[in-house]
Design a protein around this ligand. Structure first.
Ligand code: UDX
Length: 470
């Protein structure tokens, strides 16, 4: 029988992208994949990637959708309450989908679902299908949840996960963090509690999973992985799950398989072709960070004043509402020097020789992509795991500088942005992190090459998936 995996992501870009890369890897190795998105995301993917979906390129990946059970006008992009509802409600539509597939003679041989999709664990048990949990961020964030769960059971951690913002929190094998940098301490107390309960229920539920796949590298987090492995299931670092075999030689989107929720502006690659090697600063804050209108304007003024060539991703919803607006006259004044796009093929951008640095929010995918391409980072974390990621980028790996003063969350003025961007792209300090980033790329290339730790883990996993169909 052909192995057939059902893949279920959490409905956000930072989770869909790495799971899709895993789907592509499985499909390229003889596993048939059904990838389930919510209907809202499914439509966006079809519209944004017309003609270049994995199935158009001959891979056995079928994209299907299930309703998200929200009301028509509900916010599906930035409302955490709604996203939590979606992931909690996904069970019933998934069961209906699986019933239909089974009536059509199709047999799912394994379920690979985001750790937050706890209902898939029950479905898998009921149907006698093995379930694998997928965790897109790093092992360190995973370990924060694990240690908090353990400490709660010992009565030494608040049950709702809420810590004081100024309290120093220590988890094994990690740097001490002020409470506000703990990955789930986002927004107000209710939001932080929601994130903590979703994450900790997912992590606790994954103890039963056959594997817990982590989009990270054993060598980068060996101490953290060792500290949690005895208590929390079969953790398998398989990252970075990226098409590094075709990068950086794939200079067009046709050769690179990704699916995106936004239409990508491919023309920015031609603009990059006209720039000098390592002269361009690439600026992007990922898919969920929100800036106030005032902060967005300070960034624009700072970037303009820097005098650098810049490729800047300004998502249409970057200020939380449709239609992010830049200062008056900005685009006219900077048109040859600053290229503004609403979304770009980031992997191709990072692998382009014109790009010399990345001003990033430090999302885990972006961090792994920059590490893999040897691009240094000027990091400006906004929420969740990004503060911990920033500690790694700056202090542990030495591949980046921090944009804000001492990693605070404060408003950043245009003068600071201008001076840090210049320092990052043009000073000795910038050269040091650039050289280190090149070294780290070599380390990453080794782990994904034949015989490397992530390659070995991924191969063992593919073999295991195939074995489930025997
Ligand atoms: C969030 C968290 O920040 C991240 O740490 C967590 O692991 C998942 O959820 P996000 O903020 O979107 O994700 O950042 P990131 O993890 O960096 O993912 C963004 C993805 O969008 C990357 O794969 C990046 O390549 C892609 N991207 C971004 C584009 O393809 N084009 C763009 O213009 C910008």
């Amino acid at each position: 029988m052909q192995p057939h995996a059902l893949l279920v992501p959490y409905p956000e870009t930072g989770h869909i992208n790495p799971l899709m890369q895993l789907a592509i890897h499985l499909a390229s190795n003889g596993v048939c994949v059904t990838f389930v998105n919510t209907s809202y995301n499914h439509q966006r993917i079809l519209q944004s990637n017309a003609g270049r979906l994995p199935s158009d390129l001959g891979l056995p990946i079928r994209l299907v959708d299930v309703p998200d059970c929200l009301s028509e006008n509900d916010n599906r992009d930035h409302d955490l309450n709604n996203l939590t509802k979606v992931i909690a409600n996904v069970g019933h539509p998934l069961e209906e989908l699986m019933d239909k597939m089974s009536a059509a003679g199709e047999r799912i041989t394994c379920i690979i679902s985001d750790i937050a999709a706890t209902q898939t664990s029950e479905i898998a048990k009921k149907r006698g299908i093995p379930r694998v949990a997928f965790w897109p961020p790093n092992a360190s964030v995973y370990s924060c949840f694990c240690h908090a769960i353990h400490a709660i059971s010992e009565g030494t951690f608040p049950k709702n996960g809420i810590v004081r913002h100024d309290e120093m929190i220590s988890f094994p094998a990690l740097p001490s963090l002020p409470g506000w940098k703990v990955p789930w301490m986002i927004g107000d107390e209710a939001t932080a509690n929601l994130i903590f309960s979703t994450g900790s229920e997912g992590v606790a539920g994954a103890v039963d999973a056959e594997w817990i796949l982590i989009n990270s590298v054993h060598e980068l987090e060996a101490d953290v992985l060792d500290a949690i492995a005895p208590h929390f299931g079969h953790l398998l670092p398989i990252g970075p799950i990226l098409p590094l075999d075709v990068l950086p030689t794939a200079l067009t989107t046709e050769k690179l398989m990704t699916v995106s929720l936004w239409p990508e502006d491919d023309a920015c690659l031609e603009w990059l072709n006209a720039q000098k090697p390592r002269s361009v600063l690439y600026v992007s804050l990922g898919s969920i960070a929100i800036l106030s209108k005032e902060q967005l304007h300070e960034v624009a003024i700072g970037l303009e004043a820097s005098g650098l060539s810049i490729l800047w991703v300004v998502r249409d919803d970057l200020t939380g509402i449709k239609g992010a607006s830049l200062p008056q006259g900005f685009l006219d004044r900077t048109q040859n020097r600053i290229r503004v796009v609403s979304w770009c093929p980031q992997l191709l951008v990072l692998s382009h020789e014109a790009v010399g640095g990345f001003l990033t929010h430090g999302g885990w995918n972006s961090s792994m992509e920059a590490l893999s391409m040897g691009v240094p980072m000027l990091v400006w974390p906004h929420l969740g795991d990004q503060f911990l990621n920033a500690e790694f980028i700056v202090a542990k790996w030495g591949v980046g500088l921090e944009l804000s003063h001492g990693g605070t969350k404060d408003f950043i003025g245009s003068k600071r942005i201008e001076s840090m961007v210049r320092k990052f792209m043009g000073s000795h300090e910038g050269e040091v992190v650039r050289a280190k980033a090149k070294e780290m790329r070599q380390q990453i290339l080794k782990v994904v090459a034949k015989g490397g730790s992530s390659n070995n883990n991924l191969q063992s996993f593919v073999t295991w998936v195939k074995h489930q169909a025997e």
